[in-house]
Design a protein around this ligand. Structure first.
Ligand code: NDP
Length: 322
């Protein structure tokens, strides 16, 4: 089979397309023939070494496919089952083994490519809007990179919950994509001051919550447009990591709350995984949530997918097809 491996940390050229043996499932695991693997920014962080993984490793934290074999003790899943998962590394390959505790069954009628595209960014948007700062009707939020993979899904879920959504996007074209997801206002933050614009929209009061996946270039400014006792949810760093800062800043800006969450800590039980994945896949199957698959690449062109993602050239989901 073919597999992508990172032998040393570095740029996209470190994504090596190699041959390997098909793995065998151990106890509690399933062997999955991958139909599509999702590309996410987290894969970039593991490749560069910002997030730690022992070398060599196979990147990719999301896929959907069909079970070929199961290991000892597996009773809930069987060969032939269509499954999807997120947050278990090794999906940039023709086959992978995954603990069945990570798996969900893909509803009938939903394509495997769609399921692969939905899991990680969809469950992220779900926990951000339902758990980190549970939105309710009348709340106002700012979503950065609102045309992005996670951003566009978050905009839609925030609208479902009745919030007013302000988005930012890097170009006019991306602003249209964010608007088509339902954002009430979109600011092209590469040429407009998003703090001033959001203050204008809110009559100077600011928003209840900022969902910030961009990090370095937006984080500190974002603290200036949150209402007293509101929340900053910093969930990524597409522009680079946020530098250490003095926590009394949170006091000065209005007794703000700050969280830096991860999907891994929001699918801690089988019930929580079933809730989030069930909502996301169910909403997509029923047409309530719209996915935007921006581009698909052959597995061997993983380097190109990473180059495009880091180069700010994408708006929506990227998939690798074995
Ligand atoms: P996106 O599709 O959002 O792609 C990243 C986007 O960030 C770009 O398209 C760009 O949009 C924006 N961006 C702003 N500044 C830069 C920059 N300097 N370089 C590159 N991009 C920039 O990716 P994902 O949806 O996969 O992930 C978004 C973020 O969310 C990542 O940081 C990721 O790690 C994080 N994340 C966190 C999770 C968690 O649980 N904590 C889970 C999932 C994702 P624009 O041009 O419009 O500014």
């Amino acid at each position: 089979m073919k597999i992508i491996k990172v032998l040393q940390h570095g740029g996209p050229e470190q994504l090596q397309y190699l041959d390997a043996e098909v793995p065998s499932p151990g106890p509690g695991q399933a062997l999955i023939k991958i139909a599509a693997a999702g590309v996410n920014f987290i894969d970039v962080y593991f490749r560069t070494g910002l997030y730690k993984a022992d070398l060599p490793f196979t990147p990719g934290n999301e896929a959907a496919g069909v079970i070929e074999a199961v290991g000892e003790g597996v009773t809930d899943f069987a060969p032939g089952d269509r499954v999807a998962y997120a947050m278990f590394r090794g999906s940039y390959a023709d086959y992978t083994v995954v603990p069945v505790t990570q798996l969900v069954k893909v509803p009938e009628g939903l394509e495997l490519e769609t399921a692969a595209a939905a899991m990680l960014q969809g469950m992220t948007a779900h926990y951000l809007s339902h758990s980190s700062f549970p939105l309710k009707a009348g709340d106002k939020c700012l979503v950065h990179a609102a045309a992005g993979g996670a951003g566009r899904l978050l905009v839609q879920m925030a609208k479902m919950l009745g919030a007013t959504v302000y988005g930012t996007a890097g170009s006019d074209e991306k602003a249209e994509i964010a608007k088509s997801a339902g954002a009430d206002e979109v600011i092209v933050y590469t040429c407009e001051d998003f703090v001033a614009r959001v203050k204008e929209f809110t009559g100077g009061k600011g928003v209840d919550v900022v969902y910030d996946s961009v990090g370095q270039s937006t984080f500190l400014k974002g603290l200036d447009l949150i209402r007293p006792r509101g929340m900053m949810v910093l969930f990524g760093q597409s522009s680079g990591p946020v530098a250490p800062f003095d926590p009394t800043i949170l006091n000065g800006k209005g007794s703000l709350f700050l969280t830096r969450p991860s999907l891994a800590h929001h699918c801690l039980t089988p019930q929580e995984l079933a809730w989030r994945a069930g909502d996301v896949l169910g909403w997509i199957a029923s047409g309530k949530l719209e996915l935007r698959i921006d581009k698909t690449y052959p597995l061997g062109e993983a380097f190109q997918a990473h180059t495009d993602l880091e180069g700010r050239k994408t708006a929506g989901k990227l998939l690798l097809l074995p």
